[in-house]
Design a protein around this ligand. Sequence first.
Ligand code: ATP
Length: 262
Amino acid sequence: MSMSCISINDIRNNLHTCFMGREIIYLPETASTQTVAMDMARKGAEAGTVIITERQTEGHGRLKRLWLSPQGNIYMSFILHPNQNELSRLIMAASLAVSFAIEDTTGIMTELKWPNDILIKGKKVCGMLIENDIRDGQVNSSAVGLGINVNTDMQTYPELRDIATSLINHTGKPVSREKLILSFLHEFERLYLYLNEHGECVFEMWKKRLITLGKEVDVTSGRDIYRGIVETINPDGSLRIRLADGNLVYIMAGDVSLRHAD
Ligand code: ATP
């Protein structure tokens, strides 16, 4: 499908942030924006630097799962240097920023699924990934990666038909990727700057949009699978789940997969 490219000039000319997106690395195609971001982060890139591409040949989600990345959508990764305080809530700030930006640009309301998905009517419109560069036990930098399905109908991919959606499926007309990226950059900077001193507020806003609380879920952790009800979302983003036998389990985002059972 022929489709125009993202106008980086348009983004630069309309950007009013202090640091988020001030340095844009635009690549027509790349294996994975996360790989580029992690590499640049290790070499000392400035906080707020973003890598944007039109398509990825090896885009990945958590646990190295493939993220299908054809032309027409948004694929970008940010380099940040969060402190310990900000780290556990980075995913909350990024998720909320996507949610607000989609609402602002298209009027569509989204739902957040723990820990890193953004849904419209139960289908994934955006996936997110945070990877950290750890040195001497401390986080030196983080790469926040986002894939947002915008103008390419992802339901034409048989394996995604039942689980994915794109903004165009709901708007009926193409969405300006420049406007969406600009809105995201402004929201993300605002929320990120909030994290250090007002992290609790970001947590509360995130929790309000999260559809996972109270749901019956299947948790996959390595070879173990268990079902339970999500009883509590803790301020650090972890979940407390009550199993059918009454036992409790606590899970962090890291290496578990979670499906809503209904
Ligand atoms: P789970 O929902 O099982 O916990 P996850 O949401 O953490 O997984 P990720 O690892 O972040 O998933 O993303 C990879 C998964 O997302 C793939 O296994 C596939 O099911 C799905 N996927 C891949 N490409 C896309 C896309 N462009 N849009 C929506 N979903 C996609």
